[in-house]
Ligand binder design. Structure first.
Ligand code: SF4
Ligand code: F3S
Length: 107
């Protein structure tokens, strides 16, 4: 079991989640974070930390966000690890809750 970051993180990237992870399994791209499913120990600590409610247990990912399970696994292989909280993306609060952000994902 792993936790998964979903669409609402895109262009928000608050990074609050990073601080609590005991195994440093977050990886950072230009405007999105992912969780490495091979490293996540299912501790649940990160889920309530996200101001964008973008983190779900793998078995609770909403139906319309299922593609993010594979996307987290794919991008975790190439993006660098992030272990410290840093400032959210510019205009993060404006983007929080906006639909259809997948096309804005930068790799
Ligand atoms: Fe890290 Fe725990 Fe979140 Fe997995 S559930 S990403 S181990 S904080
Ligand atoms: Fe993204 Fe939420 Fe973490 S917006 S960077 S999953 S705190």
């Amino acid at each position: 079991m792993t936790f998964v970051i979903t669409e609402n993180c895109i262009k928000c990237k608050y990074t609050d989640c990073v601080d609590v992870c005991p195994v440093d399994c977050f990886h950072e791209g230009p405007n999105f974070l992912v969780i490495d499913p091979d490293e996540c120990i299912d501790c649940t600590l990160c889920e309530p930390e996200c101001p964008a409610n973008a983190i779900f247990s793998e078995d609770e990912v909403p139906e319309n966000q299922q593609h993010f399970i594979a996307l987290n696994a794919e991008l975790a292989k190439s993006w660098p690890t992030i272990t410290e909280v840093k400032g959210a993306s510019a205009d993060a609060d404006d983007w929080n809750g906006k639909p259809n952000k997948l096309d804005l994902l930068e790799r």
